[in-house]
Each structure stands twice: as C-alpha cells, then as structure tokens.
Ligand binder design. Sequence first.
Ligand code: NAD
Length: 280
Amino acid sequence: MEKICHDPKSQIATDQRFVGKVLVITGAGGQFGRAACRYFGERGARVAALDQNAEALEGTFAEISDGMDSKGFVCDVTNASQVASVVERIVERFGRIDLLWNNAGYQGKIQSCLDYDPLDFASVMNINVTGMFIVLQAVARQMKQQGGGVIVNTASVAGMRGTPGMIAYASSKAAILTMTVNAAKELARFHIRVNSISPALIGPGYMWDRQNALHAELGPPYYADTAEKVGEAKINAVPMQRVGSLEEVLQSTAFLLSSESSYTTGINLVVDGGLAAGTK
Ligand SMILES: NC(=O)c1ccc[n+]([C@@H]2O[C@H](COP(=O)([O-])OP(=O)(O)OC[C@H]3O[C@@H](n4cnc5c(N)ncnc54)[C@H](O)[C@@H]3O)[C@@H](O)[C@H]2O)c1
C-alpha cells in the first residue's frame, strides 16, 4: 500500500520547522515580504512584519489569515533609532526574536551608468546597504543576548554579475554579499547564522512586468525595445528556460532560516534557474 500526498494544505500542516518561532520580516508590504508573512505564518511562525509604507503593510494584513500570531510595525530601516525602538517593541510583544528575513529593498532608477543620478545612487545604497546593516545589527544584538538566531539577507544575482541600467542596485546587492560573509564570521561565536539569498527572474507578476517595461524603456543596446521581447530574451538566457516562482524563493529562504541548514553560514543561495551558474 502506498499513499502519495499532493495536498499543499497537508504539507503545510506537516511542516513543523517554524512553529512558535518569532520571525521578523522587513519589506513586509512588498511582493516577497507579503508572500513570506503568509508562508511562514501558515507554518506557525509568529511574524513581526516591518515596512515603511503603512498602506502596503495594511494590504499584507488584509491578505493573511486571522488565526496567525502576527503584528505590523511601520518602520524605516534607514533610521537607527526607529529600528532600535521597533526591536524593543517586538521583544515586548513576542518575548524574543529567533529569525530575521532582512528583505526590504529599493531597486532605484533604470539609467545607464553615464546618466545615473548620484542622489538616487546614494539613496539605493542607504536603503539596501545601510538599512540592511542597521536591522542586522539591532536584531543580532538581541539574538546574542538570547543565545543565538538565524538571519537571511536578500541580495540578488544583480550583485554577482551586474545588470545594465541598474548600477546602484547591483552595487548595493554586491555589498550585501560581503556584509553577509563578514557578519557570519563575526556572529558565529554567538550561535547566530547569517546567509543571503539571491533570486533572479521571479515571475510572473508585478515585479517581472515592471522590470521588463523599465528595461525596454532603456532599450538598445542593452535591452530589446518592448517589454515582451525583453522578457523573452531573459528567459532564453536561463538554462532552465523559465521564470522562478515566489514559492521557490520562499522555499529556499525557509531552508536557510530553518535548522535544516544548521551547519551553513556565510553562503549565498542563488535562486535563478542556473542564470548565474559558475559566476564567482
Ligand atoms: N522581485 C524580484 O524579482 C527580486 C529579485 C532579486 C532580489 N529582490 C530583492 O528582494 C527584496 C524584496 O523585493 P520585492 O520584489 O518584494 O520588492 P517590493 O518593492 O515589492 O518590496 C520592497 C518593500 O521594501 C519596503 N521598503 C523600501 N524601503 C524601505 C525602508 N527604508 N524601510 C522599510 N521598508 C522599506 C517597500 O516599502 C516595499 O514594501 C528586495 O530587497 C529586492 O531587491 C527581488
């Protein structure tokens, strides 16, 4: 006799990795963050959801189920005193912080490096690098006091191999790769693991469409002149010949956040269908 279970609801019920874990997610009003609040909340995590955009955060809470133990915090990750006070409030509310998905980000403008606006460059670096560091530091201090924790930073394949038109974004994501390695080495002695995740070409949906439209606007010689052709060219360049799903990003993030990766720290897990395979 054999039973093969394809019911996603029963798979969720049997996934015990996050039950009772206190998970902080930044960028919780955005595409990844919103899906993550649902994904980890459905698996029993107690979620502290942070975003600077109150409306986007409300949108997330409208979508996730009433049964989840979660709370939203409006917070600008670039503001160190705001982050410190939100971390205090999270600990008051949930008692501790076990896991952090450090995920808030801003992609910046799509402009050639010859035209790129230095003010926007600074803003991308401030949100993606300084903001990520501020949250990492505040949460790691709390984790150290508790005796450990797990952090995942969202980087990008752009930070490994560059993306024409996105010099600020690519530079910021490259900095996150090194921040992850550095923090992993320093924090290992406090039983805090730090890894990064680098997705690329995740779709379909708003981010995929928007990105292709913006790349088409920049156009030749870097991209085709319509969003449709840009999308086709990107998929043709992926060994797996398809886009990745949000679910696939979440599964990889869950692996890094869970004890399944208990002897793994300082790595960058690439979720890109092989696009950047072999890139150092
Ligand atoms: N979507 C993709 O295909 C993709 C691919 C690779 C990497 N990423 C990275 O994944 C992360 C999430 O991407 P997404 O697709 O969900 O983007 P998104 O734009 O939908 O969400 C980003 C969220 O971050 C929030 N945010 C921005 N600045 C903030 C600040 N200063 N303080 C607090 N919150 C702030 C925004 O309000 C937004 O809700 C980002 O770091 C992004 O660079 C995304």
